[in-house]
Ligand binder design. Structure first.
Ligand SMILES: [Fe+2]
Ligand SMILES: [Fe+2]
Length: 209
């Protein structure tokens, strides 16, 4: 920091020359951002489909949050809201990658999600089944990237491969807990309290405030 301040204050020809050289080296204002190599059309189409899958996941978990709110299980509702936001962040990762690869994001309509579930266990089992589906989608993307030799997509996809391990694990943990407590109302409330402790990825308004 000190060095940069000293250089800015220098009025000699040598200092000015250094500044010019730095600009030529790639920091000139108005220069277009550097982009990665364009992705293959098949990869771009598949990543666009994955944006829909991620937003569809967000919508499903938001529907589950609404269901849990209606059931008076605020901890589970909170957990699902956090999950829903994470899915939007996942969609944004593909959104950003497509643009970095000189592609175009094309959004599609989302299907209306289910409104109610037979029980909290049924909802979390559906969440787990959904994550298994998303894992298969991610693995298909990895296979496609390999077939298309799209090496630039691999770091992003590898992040998702690892993320899906966590996603399945966290949903399955709740399924196991709910199975263990069975029909115990007390046990259900304990799990609800535990799920309320999940950190929210971003702060969000509560109760419409
Ligand atoms: Fe996701
Ligand atoms: Fe997920």
């Amino acid at each position: 920091m000190v060095k940069r301040g000293m250089a800015r204050g220098r009025s000699g020809a040598a200092g000015a020359g250094r500044m010019t050289a730095r600009k030529v080296a790639g920091k000139a204002p108005g220069r277009a951002p550097r982009k990665a190599a364009p992705a293959e059309p098949k990869m771009l189409a598949a990543m666009n489909r994955q944006i829909v899958e991620e937003l569809d996941s967000a919508y499903l978990y938001l529907a589950m949050a609404a269901y849990f709110e209606g059931e008076g299980l605020e901890g589970m509702a909170h957990w699902m809201k956090a999950q829903s936001i994470e899915e939007v962040i996942h969609a944004m990762k593909f959104f950003g990658h497509i643009h970095s690869r000189a592609g175009t994001v094309e959004l599609q309509a989302l299907a209306k999600p289910q409104k109610t579930w037979a029980s909290p266990l049924a909802a979390f089992e559906a969440a787990y089944a959904h994550e298994r589906h998303i894992t298969r989608c991610i693995h298909d993307l990895v296979d496609l990237a390999a077939a298309e030799r799209d090496h630039a997509a691999l770091p992003l996809l590898q992040w998702f491969v690892e993320e899906q391990v966590e996603e399945e694990e966290s949903a399955l943990k709740v399924v196991d807990l709910l199975k263990r407590v069975g029909s115990s109302g007390h046990g259900l409330l304990l799990i609800d309290r535990q799920l309320a402790a999940r950190a929210m990825p971003v702060s969000m308004p509560a109760n419409g405030e």
